[in-house]
Write a protein that binds this ligand. Sequence first.
Ligand SMILES: [Cu+2]
Length: 135
Amino acid sequence: MHRLFLFFLLLTALTINACGGNQTGPSGLQVTLEPPTTGQAEPQLTIQVADSQGQPVTDARVTVEGNMTHAGMAPVISDAVTDDADGAADGRYRVPFQFTMLGDWVLTITIQQAGGSASEQNIEVIVSDQSVIVK
Ligand SMILES: [Cu+2]
């Protein structure tokens, strides 16, 4: 019974991942990365979160896990941040995050909402010295 539950949990997680990469996930949340203009040196990522109507979501906690597309690298996992941690509850979450290498990354953005629901979206980026480009 316990194993079956884990299986469905895994299946759900895979389904969520399969839908990631674009702006709107199954939760209806719109998740947008504001690409840092300074490239790899930038110590944070700004993530915009809005609901299906485009209204800012201000009551969530946002974390970012970054994985490179090649094997053998440790993931970069951020602390969770609240919207007003930067002094403004405006739907823009400033997540401390440092890319540890140039190249292709998949950012998994986890949005934990106050009501208890969590959703995940993937955003693929290319990191260089000068820029971070969303694929
Ligand atoms: Cu790497």
